[in-house]
Design a protein around this ligand. Structure first.
Ligand code: GCV
Length: 699
């Protein structure tokens, strides 16, 4: 898509009637996401495209549609274009996907040049230009250059072929598998456009709990149709592969990766996929985890499995993303240790087109987890960060929880090896890996507003922006999102950003602070269930994680316990081994401590925990009040839905607090500190609450 000079088109943006600058009163159903760029109102801008590719044409259309008045002349051109090359701009360092925006003289004209080494770079540059203008940048002074620090910036859809979405809270799957490949819903284009605006360049279409059917010719054709829509937006399609597919589809007796017939089956399958999707990205695999088949079923290693698939896609330039989210009911080891124990010894044995995909924490997307000890521990293997954008453990679609701080907290964490951060490991800088990646479990569905709420859109946005550059801060990203979503009025943006920045900590506080984790109800994971102790596998029970008893609470992960701290680099392990040098926010993750332990605040642990619950509930009250004050400054539709959801959140925050306190008191036999409100009901009442048919948990 990079040929140039064949066509020179000029698209003049006309002064058609347009939606004037964002008016708060205007109805808005949220469909436009952060791409609300209003069409021009001033004299027409000239957008000149100096090379013809489908991608450049899309970039030009974006600008033509959304450039505000005052930008008179924009040129989109590849860096290799002779006229651009003659300018000797510093484009070499942009790499494949970077962009550069400069005011230049091209021929006889003063123009704002958007250039890159590929048309994707120019597309990203065009979106960056619009983002800058939408967030108040001065067009006359614009000079930008940026390249993605992470190569693979990928959404993981946990979408099932029957249209349901595992842990999806925004309606049915966006993919209408039934009418594909014939009907290409225009939403597929809008989805790709939204992703491209952030620099997301890949999407895994189906759930990691995969069905082999997605690899049948019928479904390959459907995936190919989506790939055709996404291609000009720079987005590659990937598939989750079911490891036992050679048995289920191929009639083989085994899926043992060391069996040549199995390897041959996968090779033939890969060839078939690439005939339909020439730029197919590759496979994502969940193996030997939560009932999924895998190489361990045959005594082979995860590397054996990954490398076999890697060999099948290698001739086509494909890659394999192999998940490290493994834990086994047959393994009595602390669940938090199992992935490290299984994968660390395999460092150096993976093929060079394999990335090991590691969740941000060692358990499972909890409101707060210490970073996964594998980051920094497998220097010979590119580790792809997996975040969950959908809020399985942070209140589903209804709770306002901006995940920027969760993402950046993990990315900025020091691994304990000098100044190295998790972001250095993920972007490949630490070990100079050729491949690097970040995956986000998507929160996208068929809901009109895509993500179930306006503020959930910010999590999709933050994931994309931080995948491009993990060093961007959560706050600036929140601000630019808010400006594009609600307009640049600081009277709206400032309170919105404050709400966002406090929101995740509020969820931590009202669901269980100080390092508590996995205290939610069974199955659907909706609401509190710290009392649950009757599930088949020990590590499915909240009591396994909090270990509360009359004397204290928390999981001892020091040498006297599971010694999970030893999986971190020595300098960090040493700090985490001592409660006194463990950050209080992670205390109960690493230590079992007495209820009377004195905390930094001077309170006992019990008093401190109670205070966190109250703080969380109060923070939701503050968010509600802030939002109420914006009633006349935000369009009625988005304001109303958000206000209703905040009311739900306030009710549920109180429920979390009350149920948890009722349970902790039943365990520790303590009274609440003076002046603290008693739970509204007794423990039996909370335990009796049942929620069949909760979303995101297909039965
Ligand atoms: C796709 C958690 C979720 C599961 C999910 C799993 C995973 O356990 O509850 O729904 O399965 O993580 O990441 O594979």
């Amino acid at each position: 898509m990079t040929g140039h000079g064949r066509w020179r088109g000029t698209i003049a943006a006309t002064l058609a009637l347009v939606m004037a600058a964002a008016s708060p009163a205007r109805a808005d159903d949220g469909y436009r996401l952060w791409l609300r760029g209003e069409a021009p109102v001033g004299p027409s801008a000239r957008v000149t495209v100096r090379d013809e590719t489908a991608t450049l044409r899309l970039a030009a259309e974006e600008l033509t549609r959304s450039l505000p008045a005052g930008i008179a002349d924009v040129t989109l051109a590849l860096a290799a274009d002779p006229q651009v090359a003659a300018l000797r701009l510093p484009t070499a360092s942009l790499g494949d996907e970077g962009y550069l925006i400069r005011r230049v003289r091209l021929g006889q004209r003063e123009t704002l040049l958007v250039t890159g080494n590929s048309d994707r770079g120019v597309l990203y540059g065009s979106f960056a230009l619009l983002r800058q203008l939408a967030t108040g940048a001065d067009a006359t002074r614009l000079a930008l250059a940026s390249s993605p620090r992470v190569k693979l910036r990928v959404l993981n859809h946990w979408d099932n072929l029957d249209g349901s979405v595992e842990r999806g809270y925004a309606g049915q799957s966006l993919w209408d598998w039934w009418t594909l490949p014939d009907f290409k819903d225009p939403r597929y284009t809008d989805y790709a456009r939204a992703n491209a605006s952030l620099g997301i360049n890949g999407t895994v279409l189906n759930n990691v709990n995969a069905k082999a059917d997605s690899l049948t010719p019928r479904y390959i054709a459907k995936a190919a149709a989506l790939a055709d829509v996404f291609r000009p937006w720079g987005i590659k399609v990937y598939l989750s592969a079911r490891f036992s597919a050679p048995i289920e589809l191929g009639g083989l007796k085994t899926a043992d990766p060391r069996d040549p017939a199995v390897a041959a089956w996968w090779k033939t399958k890969a060839d078939e996929i690439y005939r339909a999707v020439p730029d197919f990205g590759g496979f994502l695999v969940k193996a030997n985890s939560e009932g999924q088949p895998g190489p361990r079923d045959y005594g082979a290693t995860h590397a054996d499995g990954a490398n076999m698939l890697a060999a099948a896609v290698r001739p086509h330039g494909g890659i394999v993303m192999w998940r490290a989210f493994v834990y086994a009911d047959t393994d009595p080891e602390d669940r938090a240790k199992q992935a490290y124990s299984e994968f660390k010894p395999l460092d150096g044995t993976f093929a060079d087109n394999v990335l090991v995909q590691v969740k941000n924490g060692a358990i499972d997307f909890q409101p707060r987890e210490p970073f996964h000890p594998l980051f920094g521990a497998m220097p010979k293997t590119p580790l792809l960060m997996e975040f969950q954008i959908t809020k399985e453990y942070l209140g589903f679609a209804t709770h306002l929880a901006y995940l920027g701080p969760l993402f950046t907290e993990t990315l900025a964490a020091r691994t304990g090896r000098g100044a190295e951060t998790v972001a250095d490991v993920v972007d490949g800088a630490a070990e100079h890996h050729a491949l690097s990646g970040m995956a986000g479990v998507a929160n996208i569905g068929r809901d009109r507003d895509w993500s179930g709420s306006t503020f959930n859109q910010a999590n999709w946005y933050a994931f994309g922006r931080l995948a491009w550059d993990p060093t961007l801060g959560a706050e600036p990203v929140a601000r630019e999102w808010a400006q594009q979503t609600f307009g640049t009025d600081p009277g709206v943006v400032d309170p919105v950003v404050r709400m966002m920045m406090a929101s995740r900590e509020a969820v931590v506080d009202y669901t269980g602070a100080l390092g508590l984790a996995h205290v939610m109800a069974t199955g659907h994971h909706y609401g509190p269930g710290p009392w649950v102790s009757d599930l088949k596998r020990p590590e499915w029970n909240p009591v396994y994680y909090h270990r509360a008893d009359r004397g204290g609470i928390g999981f001892d992960r020091t040498r006297s316990g599971s010694d999970a701290v030893a999986q971190y680099a020595p300098a960090l392990a040493k700090r985490l081994a001592d409660p006194a040098t463990t950050p209080e926010r992670e205390l109960l993750w690493f230590h079992h401590v007495g209820w009377d332990r004195r905390m930094a605040s001077g309170k006992t642990l019990w008093e401190e925990l109670v205070a966190h619950y109250d703080r969380g509930v109060a923070a939701v009250g503050t968010m509600r009040a802030s939002w109420d004050a914006l009633r006349d400054r935000v369009d009625a539709e988005r304001w109303g839905k958000t206000a209703t959801y905040l009311a739900i959140q306030q009710r549920e925050a109180r429920w979390w607090r009350d149920a948890s306190l009722a349970y902790w008191m039943s365990v520790n036999g303590r009274a609440l500190p003076a002046g603290v409100a008693a739970p509204a009901h007794d423990l039996a009442w909370y335990k009796a609450q049942l929620f069949p048919h909760a979303p995101g948990h297909p039965e």
